[in-house]
Design a protein around this ligand. Structure first.
Ligand code: NAD
Length: 266
């Protein structure tokens, strides 16, 4: 019989969170740890990853046993570093990757260097992570891969071209990973956030008209805090989602549900 009280528990699982030094990655790492997972907080910025790991240490009052959470320096633009991480870290049951970048510029103004920078991190590095960790998961016969797409994988506005293309592309990469690795017991899913207050969107928050326009667009009429993405990560990591693969989970406050141009009179 299924013990539903433990449906979301992650005891005995090792979760590697890449981008754990900031924003959604940080909250994902803390939530996975709170649900019992061994968590490796990986980031290009080691001090930020260490800060996440030590935050969790400070939140354990009242819990049984110390959480197994550690920091690891990893630059996912370095192919060899990814392969090294897959070889030297404990086998990974749950891979979460959040690192991404955006250059908000119209297509005619984009430089080739900017295009390469966005595609290299958002798409190429994701491809390398899926390959390195998907391989070991498939060999072990289980695993959950969780990548971060965006509302921009579906809906766009001027200035989102390359970022949007990478976020749509990531969905197709993950769907194909689901198709190829599913027979080996590995699941692959995307989470598509709406607007979330993190360093990635600081440029928008600094402009009140821009910030408010985005707040009003969704059904909930506000931005999300990064902690509001953590539930989706725990769900996709856990057995609560054991039959979920190749999916895109919208956590966007209704952004993609509502057209938003006009509120017609009754
Ligand atoms: N914030 C939003 O409003 C929003 C909306 C939709 C989608 N998303 C997506 O959610 C994900 C997380 O976004 P966020 O806002 O938490 O980002 P963030 O900028 O707050 O955090 C990204 C983290 O990735 C790390 N990182 C950057 N380059 C790296 C590299 N080469 N190797 C390893 N680590 C690296 C950074 O040091 C940072 O800690 C992204 O994929 C983003 O596209 C965010």
């Amino acid at each position: 019989m299924t013990d539903y009280a433990k449906l979301f528990r992650l005891d005995g699982k090792h979760a590697l969170v890449i981008g754990a030094g900031s924003g959604i990655g940080r909250e994902s790492a803390l939530a996975l740890s709170a649900h019992g997972a061994q968590v490796t907080c990986a980031d290009r910025d080691l001090a930020a990853a260490e800060s996440t790991a030590s935050t969790r240490d400070l939140t354990i009052a009242g819990e049984l046993g110390a959480p197994d959470i550690s920091a690891y320096q990893l630059d996912i633009l370095d192919d060899d570093a990814i392969i090294r991480a897959a070889a030297e870290l404990d086998p990974v049951d749950v891979l979460v990757f959040t690192a991404a970048t955006n250059v908000r510029k119209r297509i005619l103004d984009y430089t080739n260097d900017e295009f390469d920078r966005v595609v290299s991190l958002n798409l190429r590095a994701s491809f390398q992570l899926i390959r390195a960790f998907g391989k070991q998961m498939a060999e072990r016969g289980s695993g959950s891969i969780i990548g971060f797409s965006s509302i921009r994988g579906t809906t766009v506005e001027p200035g989102q071209s390359v970022y949007a293309a990478t976020k749509a592309g990531l969905v197709q990469l993950l769907r194909t990973a689901a198709a190829e690795l599913g027979p080996s017991g590995v699941r692959a899913n995307a989470i598509a956030p709406g607007v979330v207050e993190t360093p990635l969107t600081a440029q928008i928050k600094a402009n009140p008209a821009w910030y408010d326009a985005y707040a009003q667009k969704g059904a909930l009429s506000r931005w999300a805090q990064p902690s509001e993405l953590a539930g989706a990560v725990v769900y996709l990591a856990s057995d609560a989602s054991s039959f979920v693969t190749g999916s895109v989970l919208a956590v966007d406050g209704g952004w993609t549900a509502v057209d938003g141009r006009f509120d017609p009179p009754n």
